[in-house]
Every structure is written in C-alpha cells, then in structure tokens.
Design a protein around this ligand. Structure first.
Ligand SMILES: [Zn+2]
Length: 716
C-alpha cells in the first residue's frame, strides 16, 4: 500500500511535475509570445514615434526653409502687379445675410459694490446709500506669471483702499443689514516707478539691466528731447474687417470721422490670425524671423525676447500699458510661452486671469456686473487719466465680443462711441495719436466661403486720428499720411510709422532737415540690443515704409511682403477692344455705366441731356489672385504655410473701363461688376468718376443739384 501508495504519490508528483512542466511550457510559450508581441509592438511604436518626430522635426526645425517657401510665393510673377483694390460693397447680400442686430450685453441686475478711480477704490455711492455700515476686506491680486496670480495681504477697512502692490484687488464686503458682496476691482496703482522727470528720462522699471545702462548713456547725449511727446493710444478689435467695422460700429465710425480720422483703405494682412498681425505690427518682424517662443518646441523661450515697440517708447520715458482679454487665447500665450516679466507698466491680463478663476459664473461677456469690454475701456481711460503729466503708450486689444461672433461687437458701439467722447471731453485726445484698428476680418467658415468674405478678411479696419497740434508741427508727414490713405499698407508699415513717431519727436531740427527721406534702417540704433541677433532676408529688408513717407503708387503685394493668397489686390488684364471673346461684355459694361448716369439725371431731364456712348478708350478685367481663391486653410499648426486645395466659387467679375459719352465728350472711368450667372453688368453711381473737367457744361445744374455736376450735360 505504502509502495503503492509511494508510487501513487510519485505518480501524482510526476504527473503534477509533468502537468507543471506542460503548464509551465505553455505559460512560457504564452509569455514568450507575449514578449515577442510586446517587443514587436514597442518597436512599431518606437518607429512610428521616430518617424513622427522626424516629420515634425522636418516641419518645425527649419524656420529658414519656411521663410524660403513663403518668399518664393511672395516673389511669384502674379504678385508683382500694381495693387488695384477690390470694390467691396457694404451691402453685398452674400455677406449681409450673416448680419443681424444684437441686444446690449446684460450683466444682470445690481451693481458691483466697489469701484476705483485711478488708485483709490471705494464703495459706490449708490451702494452706500442703500446699505449701512459697510466693511470690506481687500486682497491684492499680484501677477506671478502670465498664467498664475498670487495674493497679497488682506486689509479690512471701512475707508477707501489705495492700490499699491497691484492694479487689481479682490474684495469681500459686509453691510450691517446682513447683505454682502464679493468680487474684483481694478484701478491704476500709485507706486509704479515713474521716469525721473516727465518727458525726459527713460522708464527704467521695465528695462533689463544692460538696457538701463545704455539708457543712462543715452541720457548723456545731446539730442535728449525737450518737447512734449505725443501719447499713442491704440484700441484694437479682434476679427473686424473695415467693412464689418462700418456695419457694426456706425456711431463709433462716424465719431471718428468727426475727429478727422484717416482710415487706411489699402491696409492688408500679411498672415493668418492674431499673432500674424500683431507680431509684425509690434516688432517689425514675422514670428519666423524672431527667436523661438512656441510652447510645443523644446528649448523655446519667453516672448520677452521680442523687441516690442512699447520698449522703444518706454526708453523715452513713456508709461506703458498692454491689455488683452480672453487669457486662454492670448496673442502671446496661446501658442507661445507668454511673457516671463510683466512687459509693461500696467497689464490688465492679470485681472482677466483671476476673473476666470473667481468669477467664471458671471453672465456671458461679463466680469461680475460689468461687461468685459467696459473693463478694458475703463482701465485704458484710467491709465490715460492717471499719467496726464507723462507721455503714454497704451495698446488695448479686445476679442471677447468680436472673436467668435460676427454680430456681437455691435453691442459695444454706444459704449465705444461714448468712451471716445469722454476722452475728447477730458482733453485726453489733444496730445494723443489715436489708433483704432483690428487684426484681420471675420474668419467664420461661411463668410470665408464667399469671395467678398475672403477679401474682407484680408482688409481689417485701421485708422489713425492725429491731434491738430501734430498736423501743425509735422505738416509734411501728416500730408504724406493722408496721401497714403488709399495705398497698399501692412502691419510692417504700421511698425515703421510708430518708429517714425519716435524719430520725429527725438530728432533735433537740424537732423530732420538733413534727413530729407526717412530710412527705417537708421532707426535701429545700437541701443536696441535684442535686435542685433535678428537677421532678415534682402526681400524682407525693404518691406516696411512709414506712412509719413510717400508710398509708391505702383506698390505691389510682392513689394509689401504679402503672399499672393493674403493679397486682396486684384490682378488686372488689359483687354483688346476688338477681342471677340470680350467684345460683348465690354459693350454691356459700357452700357451699364451710361444707364447709371442717365438714371441719375432722369429727374432733371429738362436740364440735362440723355447721354450715349461715343467710344470705349480702354478696358481692364480684374480678378482676385488665383491663390486667394485656392487658399483653404493652413497646412501647419502655427499658421505659417498655406494649404491651397480650396476653390472659392466666383459669381462675378470686375471690369474697369474708360469711356467717352456724347453730347459733350465727357470722359468717365468706372468699376463695373459683371454677373456670371445672369450675364448682366451693374454700375453704382459712386463707382463712376469723371476724369475730364465738366467746366461750363454743367452750368444749368450748379445751384439746383450740385451732386449731379459731373453727370449733367446742359441741354442749352
Ligand atoms: Zn485675431
């Protein structure tokens, strides 16, 4: 039994061993198979990662390759022609169908309890009138980085609070009736280091040590300015074309016109998106030319390396401010690393970062009970008021209302209008160059799908308003600026213009006289250390022209460093008048000009003769760049390169004609739209210009209807 038993056990053990061995064998096999699979999988993944990295490396590392691709497209022959601007009707039904009226921004009933004027924060009189014995705890909101804030000490007070450590404060208030409130307030703190003497010394607070040393050196120089400087006040909107501004902000626009504003009709973007507009405008360079600042690139640095124009102003003793809402998609913080040091004296970003943490349940487009845009306008106005005795540079750029909606910005028209009126009435515009602008036009897919939408996107609103004293002090420069109203211009030119403002004010009279022409190169003095390492191509070096200098009338998009798919200028093709392909169209187009003129004089037919066509002198066919029609989207993450696989449907063509009419041999030039579906031509009266003198021909209508002078040939 025992033996049997032993052998039985042995048998069991052997069996078990066998079992173990076989199960071990299978387990090993499975394990081995698993390992092989894992190794194979890991290798595949590794290869994939390496390939992707290589691809990314290919794509990302060589900025100079990207610049070469861009410059090749800029140089293309079709991009070389003199710019003819498209005629973009304000009331084009293709576009107007996207527009509607909107209500004012509603931030709920009630008021924020605390407000600040300059550096003093206090309980609003309306609130203290309705609540007794209010005590508030104030805690400074201090910038830690572009993404984080920290809190200062908390002070419990019944009296007003003076901002010292920060422009921004969070507040909790209790009244003896049991009511309470919490929220945020903003003002302009008292304690920012001021220049040694107004208009005289550089603002050392924002400058790196080596720049401080150089600024001290500069102070020893003879050409230290003594005259008062002009402030620069820039108010910008995201995504607002020139036409969209006129449609959505009509009160603001008409007030600007009343102030004598010059709206740049040929201002054209040079790239896709906000940084592509603001980087050249603020630095004079493209993002590709500047040091690497993109978040996703290893070894990328902060935007502190950019030579921002406000540094140039700060060097002269200007107080500076830069303000953007929408902290999540900030121009320098969305793709880029943002600023390490606070870039300016007063910086509203910190407020919006904390508002997002603390008051994210506010109604849409509101911070507490205040509309977002009012926060920015008030802060900007406060800044302008606070430093009346110093020159000021401020750039406030609003995106909240205009970035994601084509219509919402209309809700701010009254507020922006009233803000401008208040600035004017407080004499804050007397010594200020006011720049109201946008980065690019609307970029919504449906709008962009139309030809006019694409063209409007490329033509943002851009205006300068000069104070009377500037016009008197710099008449030649001002007249040049006005003459450039219709010229092709770009953000690079705006940068050169801002530099020129500095140059005009710092150059002594002799220097100005000696330098009959402006040369942007001479402005890059050795004091600007951070520019030393930035190299640009030969093509790029001639791209910027100050708007205080004449812009050549034959300037092309290639001259202005605009790629053909961003260029809103039209290509034009001179037509042979006897070309059978176009003869029919030319006649229809000429007829439509005559019809339009005759319709205008119809009601005065007893005085003005009906005109007929005598002959066509010349005809041009205008077309958008084929690259503009083909541009679909960007082909890389940063919006540097273009995907050209799109196709915009064109519904009409533009023609320009010069015709002679009879009786009277009047010479007219006109732009005419030719509809490709109905094969009909339409001419707007405003698009017809008379190019020879009407003289006595229109004598009979001078008094009765002066508007008709250029169209009327008096019957007797
Ligand atoms: Zn933008």
């Amino acid at each position: 039994m025992r033996i049997r038993g032993q052998s039985f056990y042995r048998a069991i053990i052997v069996h078990a061993e066998l079992n173990w061995k076989s199960s071990e064998y299978f387990r090993m096999r499975i394990l081995r198979r698993g390992i092989v699979q894992k190794i194979a999988l890991t290798t595949c993944l590794l290869l994939l990662v390496i390939t992707l990295c290589m691809l990314n490396w290919e794509r990302d590392v060589d900025k100079s390759v990207k610049i070469k691709i861009i410059e090749r497209s800029i140089r293309s022959p079709m991009n070389q022609g003199e710019c003819r601007r498209p005629h973009l009707a304000l009331d084009n039904p293709d576009i107007m169908k996207f527009y509607k009226q909107v209500a004012k921004i509603n931030c709920g009933d009630g008021l924020d309890w605390i407000m600040c004027e300059k550096s003093i924060c206090f309980v609003r009189p309306e609130i203290s009138a309705s609540h007794d014995d209010i005590t508030c705890s104030y805690t400074d909101i201090i910038r830690k980085s572009d993404y984080k804030v920290r809190f200062g000490r908390t002070l419990k007070l019944k009296e007003p609070y003076v901002l010292q450590k920060s422009d921004f404060v969070k507040v909790v208030c209790h009244a003896s009736d049991g009511q309470s409130w919490f929220g945020m307030a903003f003002g302009i703190r008292d304690t920012v280091q001021r220049p040694l003497a107004a208009n005289f010394a550089p603002n050392l607070a924002v400058m790196p040590p080596e720049a401080v040393a150089q600024a001290h050196q500069q102070l020893q120089l003879q050409d230290v300015p003594t005259a008062a400087f002009y402030n620069v006040l820039m108010l910008g909107f995201d995504s607002l074309s020139r036409n969209a501004f006129l449609r959505k902000l009509p009160r603001t626009y008409s007030y600007l016109k009343q102030l004598g504003t010059v709206v740049l009709q040929g201002y054209n973007i040079v790239g896709d998106g906000t940084p592509q507009a603001l980087v050249p405008l603020l630095t004079g360079y493209t993002e590709l030319e500047l040091p690497e600042t993109r978040k996703r690139m290893s070894n990328s640095g902060s935007v502190d390396s950019y030579p921002m124009i406000w540094q140039d102003f700060a060097r002269l003793g200007y107080m500076t401010s830069f303000n953007e809402d929408l902290p999540n998609v900030g121009t320098f913080t969305y793709r880029m690393n943002g600023f390490e040091e606070q870039p300016v004296d007063h910086y509203l970003r910190t407020y919006y970062v904390q508002a997002q943490n603390m008051l994210s349940d506010s109604p849409p487009n509101c911070v507490g009970h205040q509309p977002d845009h009012m926060v920015m306008l008030e802060y900007t106005k406060n800044f302008m008021m606070k430093y009346r005795d110093s020159p000021r540079f401020v750039f406030s750029f609003h995106g909240g209302l205009s970035h994601d909606s084509i219509n919402l910005i209309g809700a701010a028209d009254d507020d922006v209008h009233d803000w401008l009126v208040a600035l004017k009435e407080k004499n804050l515009l007397d010594d200020t160059i006011l720049i109201v602008m946008a980065d690019h036009g609307n970029r919504f897919a449906e709008v962009r799908a139309t030809l006019q939408g694409k063209q409007e996107e490329r033509l943002p609103f851009f205006s300068f308003t000069f104070p009377e004293s500037f016009k008197k002090r710099f008449p030649k420069e001002y007249n040049n600026f006005v003459a450039n109203e219709q010229s092709l211009s770009t953000p690079f030119d705006i940068h050169a213009t801002l530099k020129h403002i500095i140059k005009l004010q710092t150059a002594s009279a002799e220097e100005l006289a000696a330098e009959s022409t402006y040369d942007s190169g001479t402005l890059d003095t050795k004091t600007e250390t951070n520019k030393a390492s930035i190299h640009i191509s030969k093509l790029a070096s001639g791209r910027a022209i100050s708007l205080f200098e004449p812009i050549p009338s034959n300037r092309s998009c290639a001259d202005a460093y605009i790629e053909p798919h961003w260029c809103a200028c039209l290509n034009w093709l001179p037509l042979q008048l006897n070309d059978t392909k176009y003869m029919g169209i030319i006649i229809k187009v000429a007829d439509s000009i005559i019809t339009s003129i005759n319709a205008a004089t119809e009601s005065r037919r007893e005085f003005c003769a009906q005109l007929t066509l005598k002959k066509v002198n010349w005809a041009l066919r205008l077309q958008p760049h084929k690259e503009l029609l083909q541009f679909k989207t960007n082909s890389d993450k940063d919006g540097f390169l273009a995907d050209m696989s799109g196709q915009t449907v064109v519904h009409e063509e533009m023609y320009q004609l010069q015709i002679v009419t009879q009786p009277g041999e009047a010479l007219y030039e006109a732009s005419v739209a030719y509809n490709l579906h109905t094969f009909s031509a339409t001419t707007k009266l405003t698009d017809i210009s008379r190019v020879n003198k009407y003289g006595d021909q229109a004598k009979c209508i001078y008094e009765r209807d002066p508007e008709l002078r250029k169209f009327c040939y008096c019957r007797d």
